[in-house]
Design a binder for this molecule. Structure first.
Ligand SMILES: [Zn+2]
Length: 104
């Protein structure tokens, strides 16, 4: 049975960990992702790299950053502004999750 623990949330979305199935749920805008711990780290790493790429245009609202998914018919499109918001959320949730695991 799912038992979500919200690690981070703001107006753009949230990141939660499920103690029941040990999966991470990331909601951002109208999209919700469900990740294993490994997939969450991989996704966070991709978003962090994208965020570093567009550090000089952080307020740009144009959705010109595309991330491939496992489904070749679907791309995720973000603006630099969204990438920075998502990166902040993922990094904070990641740190909180790591801290909670150490304390368990
Ligand atoms: Zn669950």
């Amino acid at each position: 049975m799912c038992d979500f623990n919200v690690l981070y949330y703001d107006d753009w979305g949230y990141t939660a960990h499920c103690g029941g199935c040990n999966r991470m749920q990331v909601a951002f805008g109208t999209v919700v992702f469900s990740f294993s711990g490994h997939e969450f780290r991989e996704f966070s790493s991709v978003i962090r790299a994208q965020s570093e790429k567009c550090a000089s245009c952080a307020d740009c609202p144009v959705k010109n950053m595309h991330i491939r998914t496992a489904d070749e018919n679907m791309l995720l499109a973000f603006s630099p502004q969204e990438i920075h918001r998502l990166n902040d959320m993922l990094q904070q949730a990641f740190l909180l999750r790591e801290a909670k695991q150490i304390l368990q």
